[in-house]
Design a protein around this ligand. Structure first.
Ligand code: H2P
Length: 830
């Protein structure tokens, strides 16, 4: 038998002509073959989109080759693996990123040129994979890139939504949401694994059974759905390692429900089965209060159950003792969304593997780590007890048991302090419905709880998880977020990438971003500054063309491009930006003609989606359009001020906007942005930051110095006192004047904007817009002053990029690997 197997392997190996080749002729042959055999078009006649499809299939082949090798190597070495669980991944486009990480972008560009195609034009054909809402989801994507690049044996797990983030369409200045059926034209970046599938159970009852004299619980489900794997290879840069992001899609269960067929209603039985697909159908838009939604809970459990079946199966292939699980498996919970995993592992261990409760619990407490991405209490998920009891009856029992044990232990430590006990309980008893606090469950069962910036950790320790911190100070850590320089410089700003490599004399910074520090030495060099400015100008031209195409507004390249792009939220204070813009407009209008020459021309750019049910955020979008209408059509203002709203903000739009910006705003009320990652993308691209000392900006200030930024506003520790003072604070007349203009209908829609004005006046001003307004204007004035001195501005811009090294996910991931997950690199040999 062994001899036969060897002979077969040799024959198969002989049929292989080595790895796929990357010379121009091989690439061209591959692309044309894919045109003919995959896309099924004639190789003599195909358009740009078909060329993109064929090209991406050819890249996919190369990805698969390395992905196989990596998986086999991991299997052979059997290192401790990280399983990164996240309900959201904002991958954006894959083509450029893949060929750059594989090191064959130029090979493809040359090969295509000879075929008469432009790589960049084909890359534009790709749509965005937008399986997430905002910062958290993009962070997960950046972290996958770093995990692959740093050779960590990691897997990502998520959901393959048929509809990702909604498409934002603006009609008359109002946001409308439309579905984005991103899979319409196929997705070459995924591999459907019909044979990797698991049953996922819902509803039903819990019964008891006796085995070897021991009582066991058995969950008898009422519904079964199949989870099918879709694998997305994630290539590292400068390594052959290509890791896997496995996304689950829901399909009707393969197990035939004879009952329904036998009732004779064959058609209805099939239609009902088909409903299973709705579980992975749509991503919930970020509305920060998902409580009570059964479908969302179903999504969570579906994702968790399938992922854990897969992880435990892989572990059991090589091991037969669960005691060693913590040496082989690290499970990372991205926010509370995957926290049901805790109860699910307990269920599998106790009910299916028949481990004792205590042994199971001991293992569970060694494998989970939890990172929270918010400070807002309303974003910490809660599940109504009744809902959980009906959908997952056994899990509810398990959570009650975990809580009961925890409460007993806690009483021994803190005594009968009932108010503290009730705050720390997993069950929230107060209020009209009993809830499960997923954050408490996560903190109790995880060995490590991470914040996403230093200041975030402080707030977790002193506010959100104060009681837990006092109990387990050693559990609490932070890892400041990052972004990957591969996507945010190399892919999206190729000219800047080339310039940096030229002056540093190496491309090594793409893997070791600290080397960017070497640019400091040239920050004042006239030649370098000249080249730097030219690159930035070309990016601005590209952005100006896009703006004109999207909004019809022609903007001057000489103006300062001042940008705020992120989810629309009151705490992120897009409204403060708008009030500042109206103030600027008001000043220009009231200025002597001769003074207008001194005004620094600005193009203010705002972009971002509002959650469909978030009324105030939607009004902010409308206000932006109403103000833009007025300003952009005012001939007295001309190029001195323009305001544009970029619709349907997503990763690809960011890739275009970030490199073309001069100034970017990160102006959340201090203490509200857990970290922020947009600030890091702009910083890396040499865009100056106008910001509050919030989230990760505090650490950016330390890296590049306050003198190279425009910092304003109340500090974190001042916010609560200022809010208490409320209307007793000194009012800002300028602020009041602008709010009055909005309220009285200067921009139309008088009644519609009333509630927006109420939200920023007097005691209603929860996010302290009025308090911060004066210092915001001062920071803006400093930015104007700096911009006039282009030499100084360019120097600040270079120093921003040079100081951005800390904010790479390479650093974040290396920290997690060492002090949270305990994993080591496992580099696939050539
Ligand atoms: C959130 C936080 C950010 C944080 C990001 C990643 C939820 O993203 O609010 O402060 O940087 O997670 O940890 P966002 O608001 O951008 O959608």
């Amino acid at each position: 038998k062994a001899g036969e197997r060897k002979a077969k392997a040799e024959r198969l190996f002989g049929l292989m002509d080595g790895f796929l080749k990357n010379d121009p002729l091989s690439l061209q042959t591959d692309i044309l073959d894919h045109v003919e055999y995959t896309v099924a078009r004639s190789r003599f006649s195909f358009d740009d989109f078909e060329a993109y499809q064929a090209l991406s299939h050819s890249v996919r082949d190369r990805l698969i080759e390395r992905w196989h090798e990596t998986q086999q190597y991991f299997k052979r070495k059997d290192p401790k693996r990280l399983y990164f669980l996240s309900l959201e991944f904002l991958m954006g486009r894959s083509l450029s990123n893949s060929v750059i990480n594989l090191g064959i972008r130029d090979h493809y560009a040359d090969a295509l040129k000879q075929l008469g195609f432009d790589f960049e034009v084909l890359a534009e054909q790709e749509g965005d994979a937008a399986l997430g809402n905002g910062g958290l989801a993009r962070l997960s994507a950046c972290q996958m890139d770093s995990l692959a690049t740093l050779d960590f044996p990691a897997w990502g797990y998520g959901l393959r939504y048929q509809y990702g983030s909604f498409r934002q369409v603006i009609l008359d200045g109002f946001q409308h949401e439309q579905p984005d059926y991103w899979l319409n034209f196929g997705n070459p970046w995924e591999i459907e694994r019909v044979h990797v599938s698991y049953p996922v159970k819902f509803y039903g009852t819990v019964e008891e059974d006796i085995l070897n004299g021991q009582k066991y619980k058995i969950w008898v489900p009422g519904e079964m759905v199949e989870a099918v794997a879709y694998d997305n290879p994630i290539p590292g840069y400068g390594t052959r390692n290509t890791i896997n992001l496995r996304l689950w899609a829901a399909k009707p269960s393969g197990q035939d429900d004879m009952e329904s067929y036998n009732t004779g209603d064959y058609i209805n039985a099939i239609v009902n089965r088909q409903k299973a697909e709705t579980i992975s159908c749509v991503l919930y838009p970020d509305d920060r209060s998902y409580q009570g939604k059964e479908l969302r809970l179903k999504q969570h459990y579906f994702f968790v159950s399938a992922s854990l079946q897969d992880i435990i199966r892989r572990f059991k292939e090589e091991h037969n003792n669960f005691e060693t699980l913590p040496d082989k498996v690290a499970l990372q919970l991205t926010d509370t969304h995957p926290s049901l995993a805790i109860a699910e592992v307990m269920r599998v261990f106790v009910d299916e593997e028949h481990l004792s409760w205590n042994r199971a619990w001991d293992i569970v407490c060694k494998i989970f780590s939890f990172t929270t991405h918010t400070i807002q209490p309303e974003a910490l998920e809660k599940i109504p007890v009744d809902l959980l009891g009906s959908l997952l009856p056994r899990h509810l029992q398990i959570i009650y048991d975990i809580n009961c044990n925890f409460m007993e232990e806690l009483k021994k430590k803190i005594g009968l302090d009932y108010s503290r006990l009730s705050r720390m309980s997993i069950i929230e008893e107060e209020g009209p419905v009993k809830n499960i606090r997923m954050a408490n469950l996560s903190v109790i069962c995880s060995h490590t709880v991470n914040g996403v910036s230093r200041i975030h950790l402080e707030l977790l320790k002193t506010k959100v998880f104060k009681d837990f911190y006092e109990l387990w100070p050693q559990k609490f850590q932070y890892k400041t977020n990052g972004v990957t320089q591969r996507r945010w410089i190399v892919v999206s700003n190729p000219n800047l990438c080339a310039l940096i490599s030229k002056w540093l004399g190496t491309e090594a910074w793409i893997r070791n971003v600290d080397l960017l520090m070497g640019l400091r030495e040239y920050a004042a060099d006239a030649d370098f500054q000249q080249e730097w400015k030219l690159v930035r100008r070309l990016n601005k031209i590209r952005l100006a063309e896009y703006i004109e195409a999207m909004s019809g507004v022609k903007v001057s390249i000489d103006a300062m491009f001042d940008v705020q792009i992120k989810r629309i939220h009151e705490y992120k204070r897009q409204l403060l930006n708008l009030i500042g813009i109206i103030h600027r407009y008001d000043c220009i209008k009231n200025m002597e003609k001769s003074d207008r020459r001194k005004v620094v021309p600005r193009v203010c750019i705002i972009g971002g989606k509002a959650a469909p049910g978030y009324e105030i955020a939607k009004k902010i979008i409308k206000l932006c359009h109403a103000v833009a209408e007025k300003i952009n059509n005012d001939p007295g203002v001309g190029d001195l001020l323009k305001l544009v709203f970029i619709p349907d903000y997503n990763v690809s739009v960011a890739e275009l906007v970030v490199p073309g910006s001069d100034l970017s705003q990160h102006i959340s009320t201090a203490g509200y942005e857990a970290s922020g990652t947009g600030n890091m993308k702009f910083l890396m691209n040499g865009c100056l930051l106008l910001a509050t000392a919030d989230g990760s900006t505090v650490e950016i200030i330390e890296e590049i110095g306050e003198e190279n930024m425009f910092i304003f506003g109340a500090k974190v520790h001042e916010v609560p006192t200022l809010r208490d003072k409320g209307s007793a604070r000194k009012p800002s007349l300028q602020f009041a004047r602008i709010v009055r203009m909005i309220r009285e209908g200067y921009f139309g829609f008088k009644d519609y904007f009333g509630s927006l004005c109420d939200a920023v006046e007097g005691n209603g001003d929860f996010y302290l817009l009025e308090h911060d307004f004066e210092s915001y204007l001062e920071a803006q004035a400093s930015a104007d002053k700096a911009f006039v001195d282009q030499k100084r501005w360019t120097q600040m811009s270079i120093l921003s990029t040079a100081g951005s090294g800390k904010f790479s996910t390479d650093r974040t991931i290396a920290e997690y690997a060492e002090s949270t997950w305990g994993i080591e690199p496992c580099k696939c040999p050539f």
